[in-house]
Design a protein around this ligand. Structure first.
Ligand code: GLN
Length: 556
């Protein structure tokens, strides 16, 4: 395996100078390694480095597509159609850079690659072992698909000490042992406050570093997550016991907004410390924190407040709607508004209770989702929004349910439903193969015998002249990310149009509806795609900006 990386001091013209940064976590999970990685990347970008973020996950699922949002948070979808971990969402939001399929891998995928090669006979009869076969596969990933970046950051999921992450640590050990490669390792730990003793405890950090040492790895930088200010004594102790210079022990304290994290890590000296390790002269790479300062100032100084009712399903784990949550905040940033999100669980509440909750909100949003549980409550919420002129935003399943609601209550097709939930005489939503003529299916190269497959990743849509949606985007052609199997059945189009609804966004071949809007309602828009995946704090998504703006209006 040839890794073409050089220390900056070894720079040879014609070669790309590249550094690897590995971020591991210890003591506890959920410390915010993803946010730390994303914030670090942003700081380096602001210093004009070409940076890339990638993730190695220790679980044995081949990809997170089938993992429950209850357990693992949202499934984030990239432009190129990968179903990934939600940390890739943080990466995109903090770096304004689109992640790729090749930016994340799991142990499951690594093992499945190794086993496939073994079946093919690629290993020429050798005994297949974790070292070197699995570790080589990991190193292959680490070194694959690179594009002359200056610094590539690899976040290692899980916590050191987990059995699953051992091969990752071993691969990193090998890479760090190769003197031709420049790398740095940042270890993020937790420093708890013990109220009975009245002090911060550094022992868990010491043990976690020992765990890394067991794997043959000495960290260069230790980031200490802590709910309190960490005093000098504790920092010195960590430095001494963990064999890391004092300036490389970085306090990582809680922030009131995640968008304050880059600035607070800058102030704690994280990027300076890293660049020193990588051999850069920090003075040559000045940084301007202005883009983050602007975002924070908008968040901290709102001029109005709106309450948005999100009627959904996975309400116990807010991470299952991570991107949506952030996109609403971004819509608030653009309008200098504080967005209070009122999560309403359509599975637990009956329609009466849901409607009671909706009296308190300025706008209603129905997010994406799968399965029939809780859908009738959502349909009633849509009816309430439509009839009472309350801004309504339907995303993916939310749009499909809006189509069902209108079909039932306006077009008077009582049985209207989606074939995802029941067999019905009026399948206003269904698999393409259930309602499209054969020639159209052939045009789209869909085999009508096989049933629908998931539409994943970025697809274009053409927006109609004179529509609200076109005005919102201020362009006629958009590209948005999809993750769904069912589609709006166009056999009912005429009826919808006659009743004042418009399919104002269509796929470029004019076969699949992408946007539904009401002509008579102030803001009633459903989209078949997931705009929340492309919203960023520094570039809020136009749909969320417009939705929040109209919710503020309806609040006045
Ligand atoms: N369950 C619906 C479908 O598969 C919607 C999916 C979604 O909202 N992401 O089409």
């Amino acid at each position: 395996l040839l890794l073409t990386c050089y220390r900056s001091s070894d720079y040879v013209s014609g070669y790309s100078v590249m550094h690897f940064v590995f971020i591991t976590g210890g003591v506890a999970s959920s410390l915010g390694k993803g946010l730390a990685s994303a914030s670090l990347a942003s700081l380096l970008q602001l210093r004009n480095f070409k940076v890339r973020l990638r993730k190695l996950d220790p679980y044995l699922n081949v990809d997170p597509g089938t993992m429950s949002p209850y357990q693992h948070g949202e499934v984030y979808v990239t432009d190129d159609g990968a179903e990934t971990d939600l940390d890739l969402g943080h990466y995109e939001r903090f770096t304004n850079q689109s992640a790729k399929k090749s930016d994340s891998i799991s142990s499951g995928k690594i093992y499945s690659n190794v086993l496939r090669k073994e079946r093919k006979g690629d290993y020429l009869g050798a005994t297949i072992q974790v070292i070197p076969h699995v570790t080589n596969e990991i190193k292959l990933f680490i070194n694959s698909d690179l594009n002359n970046e200056d610094i590539v950051i690899y976040e290692i999921g899980g916590t050191v000490g987990d059995i699953e992450s051992l091969p990752f640590l071993e691969a990193i050990r090998q890479i760090r042992n190769d003197k031709s490669i420049s790398s740095a390792l940042i270890h993020m730990t937790y420093v708890p406050f013990l109220s009975s003793a009245g002090e911060l405890k550094t022992k868990p950090t010491q043990h976690s570093v020992k765990e890394l040492l067991n794997a043959g790895i000495q960290p260069d930088i230790i980031m200490c997550r802590c709910e309190k200010q960490i005093n000098q004594d504790a920092l010195e102790k960590i430095s001494l016991f963990c064999n890391v210079k004092k300036e490389d022990v970085i306090p990582a304290l809680n922030s009131s907004s995640i968008y304050e994290v880059p600035s607070s890590y800058y102030e704690a000296g994280l990027d300076t410390s890293l660049l020193n390790h990588l051999g850069y002269h920090i003075n040559q790479y000045p940084l301007d924190l202005d883009p983050w300062k602007k975002v924070i100032s908008k968040i901290n100084n709102p001029t109005s407040k709106v309450t948005i009712g999100v009627v959904g399903k996975y309400m116990n784990l807010k991470d299952s709607y991570k991107s949506l949550n952030e996109a609403l905040i971004h819509g608030g940033i653009a309008n200098s508004a504080y967005v209070d999100i009122h999560w309403i669980n359509s599975e637990e509440l009956d329609t009466k209770k849901i409607l009671k909750e909706l009296q308190k909100v300025d706008g209603i949003l129905i997010p994406g989702g799968f399965g029939y549980r809780g859908i009738e409550g959502k349909i009633n919420a849509i009816k309430y929004a439509r009839e009472n002129n309350i801004p309504f935003f339907g995303i993916c399943l939310g749009m499909q349910l809006a189509v069902i609601e209108i079909a039932r209550n306006v077009l008077k097709l009582e049985k209207a439903n989606s074939t995802e939930f029941v067999e019905t005489d009026d399948p206003v939503i269904g698999l393409m193969t259930e309602w499209h003529s054969k020639d159209k299916l052939e045009k789209r190269s869909i085999n009508s015998d096989k049933g629908g497959t998931m539409r994943l990743g970025a697809y274009e849509a053409i927006l109609k002249e004179g529509s609200k949606i076109k005005k919102i985007y201020n362009k006629g052609k958009i590209s948005e990310r999809h993750r769904h199997r069912y589609e709006v059945n166009t056999n009912y189009l005429d009826k919808f149009i006659k009743n004042g609804f418009e399919y104002s966004g269509m796929s470029p071949d004019n076969i699949l509806p992408e946007v539904l809007e009401s002509k008579d309602h102030p803001w009633f828009i459903g989209v078949q795609f997931h705009p929340e995946l492309k919203s960023r704090p520094q570039e809020p998504h136009p749909l969320f900006v417009s939705f929040i703006k109209n919710c503020i209006k309806s609040n006045d």
